[in-house]
Design a protein around this ligand. Structure first.
Ligand SMILES: Nc1ncnc2c1ncn2[C@@H]1O[C@H](COP(=O)(O)OP(=O)(O)OP(=O)(O)O)[C@@H](O)[C@H]1O
Ligand SMILES: [Mg+2]
Length: 290
Protein backbone atom coordinates (compact mmCIF):
# COMPACT_ATOMS: atom_id res chain seq x y z
CA UNK A 1 0.00 0.00 0.00
CA UNK A 2 1.21 3.51 -0.80
CA UNK A 3 2.28 5.58 2.18
CA UNK A 4 1.82 9.32 1.69
CA UNK A 5 4.06 11.53 3.85
CA UNK A 6 3.80 15.35 3.84
CA UNK A 7 6.44 17.70 5.25
CA UNK A 8 5.08 20.89 6.76
CA UNK A 9 6.18 23.61 9.20
CA UNK A 10 5.01 26.89 10.63
CA UNK A 11 8.15 28.84 9.79
CA UNK A 12 10.23 28.64 6.63
CA UNK A 13 13.72 27.17 6.48
CA UNK A 14 13.11 24.25 8.83
CA UNK A 15 14.50 21.69 6.36
CA UNK A 16 11.37 20.38 4.59
CA UNK A 17 12.91 20.42 1.11
CA UNK A 18 16.31 19.13 2.25
CA UNK A 19 14.85 16.23 4.21
CA UNK A 20 12.10 15.33 1.71
CA UNK A 21 14.49 15.20 -1.24
CA UNK A 22 17.19 13.25 0.64
CA UNK A 23 14.55 10.89 2.01
CA UNK A 24 13.04 10.21 -1.44
CA UNK A 25 16.44 9.65 -3.07
CA UNK A 26 17.51 7.28 -0.27
CA UNK A 27 14.22 5.36 -0.50
CA UNK A 28 14.78 4.85 -4.23
CA UNK A 29 18.35 3.70 -3.56
CA UNK A 30 16.95 1.08 -1.22
CA UNK A 31 14.64 -0.41 -3.80
CA UNK A 32 11.42 1.49 -3.13
CA UNK A 33 9.39 3.45 -5.64
CA UNK A 34 9.34 6.97 -4.22
CA UNK A 35 7.30 9.75 -5.81
CA UNK A 36 8.37 13.19 -4.59
CA UNK A 37 6.00 16.13 -5.19
CA UNK A 38 6.92 19.79 -4.86
CA UNK A 39 3.79 21.44 -3.49
CA UNK A 40 5.66 24.54 -2.33
CA UNK A 41 3.96 26.22 -5.27
CA UNK A 42 4.95 29.77 -4.26
CA UNK A 43 8.67 29.05 -3.89
CA UNK A 44 9.53 25.69 -5.48
CA UNK A 45 13.09 24.55 -4.80
CA UNK A 46 13.38 20.85 -5.59
CA UNK A 47 14.96 21.46 -9.01
CA UNK A 48 18.07 22.66 -7.13
CA UNK A 49 18.53 19.34 -5.35
CA UNK A 50 18.26 17.31 -8.56
CA UNK A 51 19.80 19.86 -10.97
CA UNK A 52 16.80 19.29 -13.20
CA UNK A 53 14.79 21.62 -15.40
CA UNK A 54 11.32 20.08 -15.83
CA UNK A 55 9.49 20.57 -19.13
CA UNK A 56 6.07 20.11 -17.53
CA UNK A 57 5.01 20.92 -14.00
CA UNK A 58 2.27 20.06 -11.50
CA UNK A 59 0.76 23.43 -12.51
CA UNK A 60 0.32 22.06 -16.05
CA UNK A 61 -1.43 18.97 -14.68
CA UNK A 62 -3.78 21.05 -12.51
CA UNK A 63 -4.78 23.21 -15.50
CA UNK A 64 -5.11 20.14 -17.77
CA UNK A 65 -2.17 21.12 -19.97
CA UNK A 66 -0.30 17.89 -19.30
CA UNK A 67 -1.04 14.32 -18.31
CA UNK A 68 0.41 12.57 -15.30
CA UNK A 69 3.21 10.80 -17.25
CA UNK A 70 4.50 14.13 -18.54
CA UNK A 71 4.50 15.67 -15.08
CA UNK A 72 5.88 12.80 -12.98
CA UNK A 73 9.42 12.53 -14.27
CA UNK A 74 11.72 9.58 -13.83
CA UNK A 75 14.90 10.80 -12.15
CA UNK A 76 16.22 7.38 -11.18
CA UNK A 77 19.21 7.98 -13.48
CA UNK A 78 20.27 10.97 -11.37
CA UNK A 79 20.99 8.58 -8.48
CA UNK A 80 23.70 6.84 -10.50
CA UNK A 81 25.85 9.98 -10.26
CA UNK A 82 26.47 9.19 -6.60
CA UNK A 83 28.83 6.59 -5.12
CA UNK A 84 27.25 3.31 -4.07
CA UNK A 85 26.73 2.93 -0.33
CA UNK A 86 29.21 0.58 1.45
CA UNK A 87 30.52 -0.49 -1.94
CA UNK A 88 27.15 -2.10 -2.65
CA UNK A 89 25.36 -1.18 -5.86
CA UNK A 90 21.97 0.50 -5.42
CA UNK A 91 18.94 -1.79 -5.42
CA UNK A 92 18.02 -1.77 -9.09
CA UNK A 93 14.30 -2.13 -8.38
CA UNK A 94 14.21 1.35 -6.81
CA UNK A 95 12.69 4.29 -8.65
CA UNK A 96 12.75 8.01 -8.00
CA UNK A 97 9.88 9.86 -9.64
CA UNK A 98 9.49 13.60 -9.14
CA UNK A 99 6.71 16.11 -9.88
CA UNK A 100 8.00 19.69 -9.86
CA UNK A 101 6.09 22.93 -9.42
CA UNK A 102 6.60 25.67 -11.96
CA UNK A 103 9.14 28.35 -11.10
CA UNK A 104 7.67 30.74 -13.68
CA UNK A 105 6.29 33.92 -12.13
CA UNK A 106 3.31 33.90 -14.51
CA UNK A 107 2.41 30.31 -13.63
CA UNK A 108 2.62 31.03 -9.90
CA UNK A 109 0.34 34.09 -10.30
CA UNK A 110 -2.05 32.07 -12.45
CA UNK A 111 -2.41 29.33 -9.83
CA UNK A 112 -2.72 31.84 -7.02
CA UNK A 113 -5.41 33.75 -8.94
CA UNK A 114 -7.35 30.57 -9.77
CA UNK A 115 -7.66 29.49 -6.14
CA UNK A 116 -9.23 32.84 -5.28
CA UNK A 117 -12.25 32.03 -7.50
CA UNK A 118 -14.65 29.51 -6.01
CA UNK A 119 -15.41 27.68 -9.31
CA UNK A 120 -11.84 27.15 -10.44
CA UNK A 121 -10.71 26.41 -6.89
CA UNK A 122 -12.96 23.33 -6.67
CA UNK A 123 -11.87 22.24 -10.14
CA UNK A 124 -8.19 22.45 -9.13
CA UNK A 125 -8.84 20.58 -5.91
CA UNK A 126 -10.52 17.76 -7.87
CA UNK A 127 -7.49 17.57 -10.19
CA UNK A 128 -5.18 17.50 -7.19
CA UNK A 129 -7.05 14.54 -5.67
CA UNK A 130 -6.93 12.86 -9.06
CA UNK A 131 -3.14 13.35 -9.18
CA UNK A 132 -2.75 11.35 -5.99
CA UNK A 133 -5.03 8.59 -7.31
CA UNK A 134 -3.18 8.42 -10.62
CA UNK A 135 0.19 8.22 -8.90
CA UNK A 136 -1.02 5.35 -6.70
CA UNK A 137 -2.57 3.40 -9.55
CA UNK A 138 -0.05 4.01 -12.38
CA UNK A 139 3.31 3.82 -10.64
CA UNK A 140 2.61 1.40 -7.83
CA UNK A 141 4.33 3.87 -5.52
CA UNK A 142 5.56 2.67 -2.15
CA UNK A 143 5.88 6.25 -0.92
CA UNK A 144 4.51 9.61 -1.99
CA UNK A 145 6.56 12.32 -0.31
CA UNK A 146 5.20 15.88 -0.41
CA UNK A 147 7.19 19.05 0.21
CA UNK A 148 4.89 21.95 1.15
CA UNK A 149 5.01 25.70 1.82
CA UNK A 150 5.34 26.81 5.44
CA UNK A 151 2.34 28.15 7.34
CA UNK A 152 -1.34 27.98 6.54
CA UNK A 153 -1.45 28.05 2.74
CA UNK A 154 -4.05 26.54 0.41
CA UNK A 155 -1.85 23.89 -1.24
CA UNK A 156 -0.12 22.99 2.00
CA UNK A 157 -3.44 22.27 3.70
CA UNK A 158 -4.60 20.23 0.69
CA UNK A 159 -1.34 18.27 0.85
CA UNK A 160 -1.86 17.58 4.55
CA UNK A 161 -5.40 16.42 3.81
CA UNK A 162 -4.26 13.78 1.28
CA UNK A 163 -1.34 12.56 3.44
CA UNK A 164 -1.63 9.71 5.89
CA UNK A 165 1.45 10.84 7.82
CA UNK A 166 2.50 14.45 8.45
CA UNK A 167 5.96 15.46 9.63
CA UNK A 168 5.91 18.91 11.16
CA UNK A 169 9.47 20.21 11.21
CA UNK A 170 10.66 22.86 13.60
CA UNK A 171 13.86 24.48 14.78
CA UNK A 172 12.76 25.01 18.38
CA UNK A 173 13.06 28.78 18.58
CA UNK A 174 10.37 30.90 20.23
CA UNK A 175 8.33 31.99 17.19
CA UNK A 176 8.58 28.54 15.70
CA UNK A 177 7.24 26.96 18.88
CA UNK A 178 4.33 29.39 19.14
CA UNK A 179 3.38 28.81 15.49
CA UNK A 180 3.77 25.04 15.79
CA UNK A 181 1.39 25.06 18.77
CA UNK A 182 -1.10 27.01 16.64
CA UNK A 183 -0.84 24.55 13.71
CA UNK A 184 -1.28 21.62 16.07
CA UNK A 185 -4.44 23.12 17.53
CA UNK A 186 -6.00 24.61 14.38
CA UNK A 187 -5.22 21.98 11.78
CA UNK A 188 -3.62 18.81 13.01
CA UNK A 189 -6.15 18.05 15.71
CA UNK A 190 -8.98 17.70 13.20
CA UNK A 191 -6.84 15.69 10.75
CA UNK A 192 -5.82 13.35 13.57
CA UNK A 193 -9.49 12.72 14.29
CA UNK A 194 -9.82 11.54 10.68
CA UNK A 195 -6.95 9.08 11.14
CA UNK A 196 -3.92 11.08 9.96
CA UNK A 197 -0.75 10.47 11.97
CA UNK A 198 1.34 13.52 12.74
CA UNK A 199 4.77 13.85 14.33
CA UNK A 200 7.22 16.59 15.19
CA UNK A 201 10.56 16.50 13.42
CA UNK A 202 13.25 18.58 15.11
CA UNK A 203 15.79 19.88 12.65
CA UNK A 204 18.56 22.44 12.95
CA UNK A 205 17.32 22.98 16.49
CA UNK A 206 18.75 26.16 17.95
CA UNK A 207 21.60 25.82 20.40
CA UNK A 208 24.04 23.56 18.62
CA UNK A 209 25.84 23.36 15.34
CA UNK A 210 28.25 20.63 14.38
CA UNK A 211 31.38 21.71 12.48
CA UNK A 212 32.04 19.91 9.17
CA UNK A 213 35.24 18.28 10.50
CA UNK A 214 33.19 16.45 13.09
CA UNK A 215 30.10 15.93 11.01
CA UNK A 216 31.95 14.43 8.06
CA UNK A 217 34.38 11.96 9.52
CA UNK A 218 34.18 11.08 13.17
CA UNK A 219 30.68 9.85 13.72
CA UNK A 220 31.30 8.65 17.29
CA UNK A 221 32.59 11.98 18.57
CA UNK A 222 29.96 13.85 16.58
CA UNK A 223 27.32 11.77 18.29
CA UNK A 224 28.91 12.39 21.68
CA UNK A 225 28.89 16.14 21.15
CA UNK A 226 25.32 15.95 19.95
CA UNK A 227 24.25 13.88 22.94
CA UNK A 228 25.65 16.46 25.34
CA UNK A 229 23.61 19.16 23.62
CA UNK A 230 20.02 18.49 22.69
CA UNK A 231 19.96 15.19 20.82
CA UNK A 232 19.30 12.86 23.70
CA UNK A 233 17.88 15.30 26.16
CA UNK A 234 14.77 13.31 26.54
CA UNK A 235 13.33 15.77 29.06
CA UNK A 236 13.45 18.61 26.49
CA UNK A 237 11.76 16.42 23.91
CA UNK A 238 9.14 14.99 26.24
CA UNK A 239 8.23 18.50 27.46
CA UNK A 240 7.89 19.59 23.86
CA UNK A 241 5.73 16.59 22.98
CA UNK A 242 3.49 17.33 25.92
CA UNK A 243 3.34 21.03 25.07
CA UNK A 244 2.39 20.48 21.40
CA UNK A 245 0.46 17.26 21.90
CA UNK A 246 2.46 15.25 19.37
CA UNK A 247 5.36 12.77 19.52
CA UNK A 248 8.76 13.62 18.08
CA UNK A 249 9.73 11.15 15.36
CA UNK A 250 13.37 12.25 15.09
CA UNK A 251 15.80 14.99 16.04
CA UNK A 252 18.42 16.06 13.48
CA UNK A 253 21.31 18.34 14.49
CA UNK A 254 22.40 21.41 12.61
CA UNK A 255 25.42 20.42 10.52
CA UNK A 256 27.56 23.41 9.58
CA UNK A 257 28.65 21.93 6.27
CA UNK A 258 25.01 21.60 5.15
CA UNK A 259 24.04 24.95 6.59
CA UNK A 260 26.84 26.98 5.00
CA UNK A 261 27.09 25.27 1.62
CA UNK A 262 26.02 27.64 -1.13
CA UNK A 263 24.32 24.81 -3.07
CA UNK A 264 21.51 22.51 -2.04
CA UNK A 265 22.37 18.88 -2.66
CA UNK A 266 21.64 15.30 -1.80
CA UNK A 267 24.01 15.02 1.17
CA UNK A 268 22.74 11.55 2.08
CA UNK A 269 23.80 10.21 -1.34
CA UNK A 270 26.86 12.33 -1.95
CA UNK A 271 28.33 11.55 1.48
CA UNK A 272 26.80 8.23 2.56
CA UNK A 273 28.97 8.21 5.71
CA UNK A 274 27.76 11.63 6.82
CA UNK A 275 25.73 11.48 10.07
CA UNK A 276 22.90 13.24 8.21
CA UNK A 277 22.65 10.12 5.98
CA UNK A 278 22.33 7.99 9.14
CA UNK A 279 19.48 10.25 10.31
CA UNK A 280 17.68 9.81 6.99
CA UNK A 281 18.13 6.03 7.29
CA UNK A 282 16.64 6.19 10.78
CA UNK A 283 13.69 8.21 9.49
CA UNK A 284 13.05 5.50 6.88
CA UNK A 285 13.07 2.81 9.57
CA UNK A 286 10.59 4.82 11.64
CA UNK A 287 8.29 5.50 8.68
CA UNK A 288 8.26 1.80 7.81
CA UNK A 289 7.08 1.04 11.36
CA UNK A 290 4.18 3.54 11.29
N1 LIG B 1 20.15 19.46 9.53
C1 LIG B 1 20.60 20.56 8.91
N2 LIG B 1 21.78 21.13 9.25
C2 LIG B 1 22.22 22.23 8.64
N3 LIG B 1 21.60 22.86 7.67
C3 LIG B 1 20.40 22.37 7.27
C4 LIG B 1 19.84 21.19 7.86
N4 LIG B 1 18.66 20.94 7.25
C5 LIG B 1 18.48 21.91 6.34
N5 LIG B 1 19.54 22.76 6.34
C6 LIG B 1 19.73 23.96 5.52
O1 LIG B 1 18.78 24.91 5.93
C7 LIG B 1 18.32 25.66 4.83
C8 LIG B 1 16.80 25.58 4.77
O2 LIG B 1 16.45 24.24 4.46
P1 LIG B 1 15.26 23.90 3.49
O3 LIG B 1 15.30 24.77 2.29
O4 LIG B 1 15.27 22.45 3.30
O5 LIG B 1 14.07 24.35 4.42
P2 LIG B 1 12.53 24.47 4.03
O6 LIG B 1 11.78 24.12 5.24
O7 LIG B 1 12.26 23.68 2.81
O8 LIG B 1 12.43 26.02 3.70
P3 LIG B 1 11.17 26.78 3.00
O9 LIG B 1 10.10 26.77 4.04
O10 LIG B 1 11.74 28.14 2.76
O11 LIG B 1 10.83 26.02 1.79
C9 LIG B 1 19.00 25.12 3.59
O12 LIG B 1 20.09 25.94 3.28
C10 LIG B 1 19.49 23.73 4.03
O13 LIG B 1 20.67 23.35 3.38
MG1 LIG C 1 11.40 24.28 1.00
Amino acid sequence: MTKCVAFHSYKGGTGKSTISSNLSATLARRGFTAVLLDLDVYAPSLQDYFQWQPKKSINDYLFENANVDEVIQDLTGVLNKFPPNDGQPADSKGKLLVGFSSTSKDEIYKLDGAVRQEGSKIQLLRKFLMLREEIVSRYNADFIIIDTSPGIRYWSINSLAIADTILLSLKLDGIDLKGTRLLAKEIYESLTKLGTKSYLLLNRAAGYCLPPSMAGENTASTQELYNTTIGNQSTVISKLNEDIGMDTILSIPCYCDIQFDSNEFLTALKYPDHPFAAKIALLIDKLKEI
